[in-house]
Design a protein around this ligand. Sequence first.
Ligand code: ZN
Length: 304
Amino acid sequence: MLPASLLVIERGWLSSNSILFLEGEGAAVIDSGYVAHAAQTVALVDNGLAGRRLCRLLNTHSHSDHIGGNAALTAAFGCRVIVPQGIDAMIAEWDEEALLLSPLGQSAARFHHDATIAAGDEVELGGLCWRTIAVPGHDMDALAFYNPEQRLLISGDALWRNGFGVVFSELLRHPEGAGGLRAARETLDELARLPIDVVIPGHGAPFVEVGDAFERAYQRLASFEADVELLARHALKVMLAFALMERRQLARAELPAFLARLTFCRSVNARYLQHSDETLAHWLVRDLVRAGAVREADGMLLAV
Ligand SMILES: [Zn+2]
């Protein structure tokens, strides 16, 4: 299904996939997982390298589960780091707000990048020529990588087998206006025009059911467009599920205060839901338990 020069390292949902490109004596990798898995990322990449030298690390976008292992990979292998042009400043200044670290209660190890890559650039990875495509929506500065010969798309969080990453940008209200959902639709339209045989998503296994994935993504997008409150609720559930995956557990009694400390949660709640902290905690737990993402035992919330 995939060229032999390309290796997908897939783990649980906390860490994004890493895609390793073997290039003779050298290698490159796209995305580095979450910081809590950094040592594992280094070990997995080292294993995949099989004696080759990791020369370049590229990122699809700035989220913690895609850049968390950057510092560890550069320390271990001395590779150059190349990030999407739009996140150049927030990485250089390590703007935890813009990087959505502090607002979501997430962590990443600070790293320095060596170069940027922009939409429309061409980059050779694993002996194949890839064109970078702007895929705003989930993240307004995100890039996807497309190889026309093999009809391969590395989609990051813009397209998954079942949906796409939370359209944070719609809920954040950047100074230039929201527009995240509109951007997500334009992104799907642009990607759907490409001849694609295999998608390598940012999370989950590579897949060939491309038409079905687009259908699901459009359905999901339409439901958010029809009711942005649905997106707000979805975003908070994803945020809490992620926090529990990272922490493994959290006392149920502490949840209202925990949620109140996260600025993203506070502002989304104030704008769209207007729940008390306790009510918010109550329905979040109820929905996540129902969805099978969280378990409650002895007053503790546990990731499933
Ligand atoms: Zn993301």
